[in-house]
Design a protein around this ligand. Sequence first.
Ligand code: NAD
Length: 261
Amino acid sequence: MTGRLSGEVALVTGAAQGIGLATARRLAADGAAVALTDMAGADAAAQGIDGARGWTLDVTDRDAVHAVTAAVTDALGPPTILVANAGIQRIAPSESMDCALWDQSLAVNLTGVWDCIQAVATPMLKARHGSIVTIASMNSYRGMPGRAPYCATKTAMLGLTRALASEWASRGVRVNAVAPGYVRTPMVQKAIDEGLLDEPQLIDRIPARDLADPSDIAAAIAFLCSPDARMITGQCLPVDGGMLAYGAPRPTSDLPAGFAS
Ligand code: NAD
């Protein structure tokens, strides 16, 4: 497959659905050989994506992270792109939250990302060629009630991304983050269905007046992995329809006539 990512080998975690699956599709369309991995298995998701293969991988299992990376290397070659996408959101009042939810959030959203990065880093650094993308969030910048572990781990993505970018830029490996706003994925749909998110109210706070599609996030990730982003490292790119930029104290729809979008 020719394209701006031809010759690249991309490993995507949490790729069975949502942003991970859209990213796998996009990277493959841009020419990369893609390894889809997910704790739920990714064989089915990989079918129908040109040059892609699926592996079962729970990113909280450190040995499995290294074993699957080795298997991907045998099958497709050493990963030159890592999209550390697998993530979970656990919502509960902080004072009474079951600490297992805290531990699980850190294991998936922080340590899981770290382990995947470590698993691919050495060959990338040896080859002086690699691009790593972590997934941040609006909650990397803003707090939200009931989401302490999510806010903490997603803010940590900014520090991790900056630290590794600083360390590896001179050795040919770039590290960036993407911060999705609200995206129509199973994770967000579940929160809407459970009444934890109010969709019309949400849209009222987004200047673009729409949720993002997973393909919008995938496009930003593919850009960061491409040669077009050669001089970009250590950055976080929000893909949020203007949500972070918006500063008025009321919904966009309540703005006086002529000011409403
Ligand atoms: P999703 O829940 O739709 O999909 C996540 C996938 O990750 C699932 O296939 C799941 O099986 C897998 N997964 C969960 N735990 C795993 C583990 N331990 N090991 C391997 N795979 C695991 O989620 P999504 O909405 O596509 O989110 C993807 C990423 O984007 C997450 O890091 C999330 O925090 C982030 N994000 C999403 C949104 C949004 O609006 N959807 C916004 C900001 C950030």
